[in-house]
Design a protein around this ligand. Structure first.
Ligand SMILES: Cc1ncc(C[n+]2csc(CCOP(=O)(O)OP(=O)(O)O)c2C)c(N)n1
Ligand SMILES: [Mg+2]
Length: 1032
């Protein structure tokens, strides 16, 4: 490779060095070098990722491997390569001057679009050194054309680097990832080496097919070419798109930016921008006046966000979108609710008053609340649904939630291509590049079961994050670089040019509608105040803020511009302002009459019809007919109907056979019990979705919900999709290797339709902690903060089986610690004890020991008259444990989920003679049972399994204790004492027993790590805990 580099370096540049003389023009004048005619090109042999080889167009990053291949082949045998390569390598190794080695072969092809025969423009080729002799074009003519092509490409690729993007004029992006003084910006960043002579400026060049600057013209003077390129790429819009691999998409963008007159707007459009800008500005100043010391994270400095969002929404609805799901941070949120969603101002203003809530929940601060609005879009005259998803302070965490909710809405509307429902995500500059969840969310954007068919991202790039400026908050040139991983075009735009902002918003909406892929709008703006309204920015950014103080408001600048253009009169401007001011005042007066706030006004996902007419404490039965079990069991045990054509793996055949044997014996193992739960819900028309890493097969190779044809690629069979002709849909999907992103996504999915069982499974339970933010901020507290319910199921493989510190514990204790039931309160005993407890708690935590109970608890998620998240510890070795099977008898009609499974063996024959009552949960039951058998203590020790740990089954535990009046009570667990259930159950046992009896502990001692890495140590610990438990 080094050799090739040397050759490449010798070849630079392909284009001629057209020499000097400074032109008088303002535009592109930096292309003209004064004095020094020998501006030879500096070529570094080190390439930076964003600094393509300086010899473009053909020696670029992606072609260098090819060139190397050619070169090696040529070295071996010069005849093995095309004659043009032969001549090229010959010349370059012979030391040809830069640009002289390549002899382009004559083209025999007919001229295409924008192509004119070189001969036809010969007469235009004025200036020195460009004569056409006898119809023959000399090498210089061709080289000059190549140079012009390269210039055009350079503008397309790098014009953004010198575009005027910053309304403060203090920063610009440079190639090395730092921000520097704009004055120091080296213009060579766009066109690095093509030194032009003023005399060349009026020569006419034919335009290549990769540009649209000509409009209908096929050739233009160099002066005009440069002027148009500067207009398209170096004014207030800087577009990054040349990294996109699709030529069609690149051309599409070129056309949207380059076509002459493309940005022109009529008076109505301009007036609309002004009106929207007036409202955005008026809203913030109204709040500032009325509540000067309240935090609101105002939008001042980026008021253009409101017209921008509205433009995206208008254009998208015009193109067929009916519902938009939005996620956004704190900045400008109230303004968005008021002026984009048109949430009644009264509801917003009451949030500033310290009023009681009229409904349940603990609420959230005003700049985190969500909303849902259905309204007529006045511009397009179409109905539109807008939802802003409630979010925590944790920046960007809402992104995957929005995507999941959007995906679900698309799914239930049958909108397979995302034509009707779309997501719109807003970001702050510091958070967008700093938070890893942004990357994880981008990686869901093109996955078949996770795509939302394109998201429009808008970055409020105020060039600061709290007190930190970009030099210290990122290592990438732009805050948006993360979007490049998915080939999203990125439009940087100067916030103080409203028309340019509108133009990129229009392009973004059209891009999404055309290609159904993500797109980013980076609004480069500033933050007029501190981080919030009571923060002093001069402490840390004195110069920036001095500049900001002297920067006029965009509304004033734009109004002035439109007055100058004769679009509006000063009176109209004043009138629009005053009208909005009046609207705010009236709402303010009304808001002061309110005595209560209603959390329900801020709900982002209403489930209309779900709760109505339902007894809030009535659970539907979860047992099913035996026929149903048999039918599902058989389907799960059978190859596809066209089995002869569908070759399945021998191992799968064995699994299916053993499943069939279980069905015949009327029992299920864990996998079959799960399939029965899913299949029976599908039968009832419920959508079941199971998502997570490798869930299709199952981490432990037990599930096999997708069978793969062994000789035909991608031919698969999903038995659960073929249970009943009119069943609900079944989705099982392997996810990307992300927890934060995917759990967030599934949570969002679960918010859309209460009649869906949405499950996320961790590869191993402990990986849930990389999604901790979703668990803490959304799942455990979402209902309390945002009156929003979710029935999401988290399946977390959990058990200490000698596999080391990781892969053992799903950190059960953390979930229990976040459970909201009171350890000191034994609720009144009644028929409705269990369901009332479920109703009142924030989530359910369980560790089932039998497939039947697993079956019931999954079905209960849908049978409940409300929705609660279910955190389920799931087994590993139990998946194949011969005793961990359940009879159909425990799943048929009149059976139900057992919160506690009492002792059923010999100890029950003489309860008062029982010496010890052990309580436990999950897999350790089988270890305890085995130890009890070995020690022949069946009559002395009773074992009760607490299957639902939280909410704690006080009533059933009390009953069990009462059954064995003379027994010592003990909680046995395999986890360490500071982990597992102990710290949760201990105070609750005390409450249950009211101090009348003690409960001892048998388990591992406290530990920092969840499990030992030594198998030997593991077994020693297990023996010790079993001995403890069996001591009578
Ligand atoms: C995950 C996370 N970490 C830290 C914070 C604290 N915080 C709140 S706002 C903020 C700065 C955000 O900057 P930026 O994303 O540029 O948005 P801006 O406030 O400038 O609009 C920080 C660090 C947070 N809210 N979330
Ligand atoms: Mg910022």
């Amino acid at each position: 490779m080094h050799r090739v580099r040397t050759v490449l370096n010798n070849l630079v540049p392909l284009a001629p060095l057209i020499h000097n003389a400074v032109g008088p023009e303002g535009f592109a004048s930096w292309l003209l070098r004064s004095g020094n005619a020998s501006c030879t090109v500096m070529v570094s042999s080190t390439r930076h990722y964003n600094a393509p080889v300086q010899t473009e167009p053909f020696l670029n990053g992606s072609s260098s491997a090819y060139v190397e291949e050619m070169y090696n082949a040529w070295l071996a045998d010069p005849k093995s390569v095309h004659v043009s390569w032969d001549s090229f390598f010959r010349n370059s190794t012979a030391g040809a001057a830069p640009g002289q080695a390549y002899q382009p072969p004559p083209s025999l092809a007919a001229p295409g679009r924008n192509q004119v025969p070189v001969t036809s423009i010969a007469p235009y080729l004025g200036g020195s050194g460009a004569p056409a002799l006898g119809g023959q074009i000399n090498e210089k003519v061709i080289d000059d054309h190549l140079a012009v092509q390269a210039i055009i490409r350079s503008y397309q690729a790098r014009g953004h680097l010198v575009a005027d993007l910053d309304p403060l004029g203090i920063t610009y992006a440079d190639l090395h990832g730092t921000y520097t003084d704009r004055k120091g910006a080296p213009p060579e960043q766009v066109v690095r080496h093509y030194m032009l002579d003023e005399a060349d400026m009026d020569r006419v060049f034919k335009l290549p097919s990769t540009t649209f600057i000509g409009g209908k013209e096929k050739a233009l003077s160099l002066r005009e070419i440069l002027r148009r390129l500067e207009t398209a790429y170096c004014r207030h819009i800087g577009c990054e798109f040349m990294f996109i691999n699709s030529l069609e998409q690149c051309n599409w963008i070129r056309q949207k930016l380059e076509s002459p007159g493309i940005m022109e707007m009529d008076h109505d459009e301009k007036r609309l921008i002004l009106a929207r800008l007036t409202r955005a500005t008026g809203f913030e100043s109204f709040l500032a006046r009325k509540w000067s010391s309240e935090k609101r994270f105002g939008l001042e400095g980026c008021e253009i966000l409101i017209p921008a969002m509205k433009q995206v929404i208008d254009k998208s609805t015009e193109l067929g979108v009916e519902s938009i799901v939005m996620g956004m941070p704190h900045r400008g949120r109230l303004n968005v609710l008021a002026n984009v969603c048109r949430k009644p101002l009264e509801q917003i203003f009451t949030q500033f008053a310290a009023l009681e809530a009229a409904d349940d929940g603990s609420g959230d601060v005003k700049y985190h609340l969500g909303t849902y609005i259905e309204r007529l879009n006045r511009v397009t005259n179409k109905n539109i649904r807008l939802a802003v998803v409630a979010n925590p302070s944790h920046l960007e965490a809402v992104d995957p939630v929005v995507q999941g909710k959007t995906r679900a809405e698309q799914f239930y509307r049958g909108d397979g291509e995302g034509k009707k429902v779309m997501s719109l995500l807003l970001h702050g500059d510091a958070a967008f590049c700093g938070q890893g969840i942004v990357y994880e969310t981008f990686h869901l954007s093109d996955l078949p079961d996770y795509t939302t068919h394109g998201t429009v991202h808008i970055v409020v790039n105020n060039q600061i994050g709290f007190t930190t400026d970009p030099r210290h908050s990122r290592s990438s040139p732009y805050c948006t670089d993360v979007a490049r991983v998915v080939n999203a075009p990125i439009f940087h735009v100067n916030s103080d040019d409203p028309e340019s902002v509108m133009h990129v918003c229009k392009i973004a909406a059209e891009w999404r509608a055309t290609f159904h892929k993500d797109v980013v709008i980076d609004i480069v703006c500033y933050r007029r105040n501190g981080h919030n309204e009571i923060d002093e920015p001069m402490f840390t950014q004195p110069l920036m803020y001095r500049k900001i103080k002297n920067t006029p408001h965009v509304l004033d600048k734009y109004a002035e511009k439109l007055i100058q253009e004769g679009v509006v009169t000063p009176e109209e401007v004043k009138d629009v302002k005053e009208k909005y001011e009046k609207i705010c005042e009236e709402s303010y007066v009304n808001a002061r009459k309110e005595t209560h706030i209603k959390y329900k006004d801020w709900l982002d996902s209403p489930w209309s019809g779900f709760f109505e007419g339902k007894d809030p404490l009535k659970v539907s039965p979860t047992g099913v007919k035996e026929d149903t079990l048999v039918h599902i069991g058989k389907r799960m045990s059978s190859p596809p109907p066209n089995a002869a054509e569908f070759i399945i793996h021998k191992g799968i055949e064995r699994i299916l056979k053993s499943r069939m044997e279980m069905v015949e014996a009327r029992v299920v193992d864990w996998a079959l019990g799960e399939a029965m739960a899913f299949g029976s819900l599908l039968k009832e028309g419920i959508h079941v979705r199971l998502s997570g890493q490798d869930v299709e097969r199952g981490t432990f190779s037990h599930r096999h919900h997708v069978l793969h044809h062994q000789t035909v690629d991608k031919a698969t069979y999903r038995p659960l999709c073929h249970m009943y002709p009119d069943q609900g849909p079944y989705t099982v999907c392997n996810s990307s290797l992300s927890e934060f992103g995917v759990v967030g996504f599934e949570l969002g999915y679960s918010m859309t339709n209460p009649n869906a069982l949405v499950c996320w499974e961790a590869q191993f339970g402990d990986f849930n902690n990389t999604a901790q933010c979703i668990i803490d901020q959304f799942i455990s507290s979402g209902q309390a903060k945002w009156v929003r319910q979710s029935g999401l199921v988290m399946l977390l493989p959990h058990a200490l089986e000698g596999m080391g510190p990781e892969h053992s514990s799903a950190r059960l204790e953390r979930f229990l610690q976040m459970s909201s039931d009171d350890p000191d309160y034994f609720p009144p005993e009644s028929e409705e004890f269990a369901v009332r407890q479920l109703h009142d708690i924030n989530w359910i935590v369980a560790n089932c020991s039998t497939p039947a109970n697993y079956f019931h608890i999954l079905r209960r998620q849908i049978a409940l008259p409300f929705r609660k998240p279910l955190i389920l510890m799931t087994p590993k070795s139990l998946l194949r444990h011969p005793e961990a099977r359940s009879s159909f008898d425990l799943m048929t009609e009149n059976t139900e989920f057992l919160r506690v499974i009492p002792e059923e063996g010999a100890a029950t024959e003489n309860p008062s003679g029982v010496k010890k009552l052990l309580f436990c949960s999950g897999k350790v039951y089988y270890d305890l049972k085995k130890a009890r058998n070995e020690k022949k203590l069946e009559k002395d020790i009773a074992i009760a399994r607490v299957e639902q740990i939280s909410p704690f089954p006080y009533d059933l535990v009390k009953k069990e204790c009462a059954k064995y009046p003379n027994a010592a009570l003990c909680w046995a667990q395999e986890e360490a004492k500071n982990q597992g259930s102990w710290t949760y159950v201990q105070p609750r046992f005390n409450t249950t027993l009211n101090g009348s009896r003690d409960v001892s502990y048998a388990g591992r001692p406290t530990a920092a790590s969840p499990a030992t890495g030594s198998k030997m140590q593991h077994l020693r610990e297990l023996t010790a805990l079993l001995d403890d438990a069996m001591a009578v």
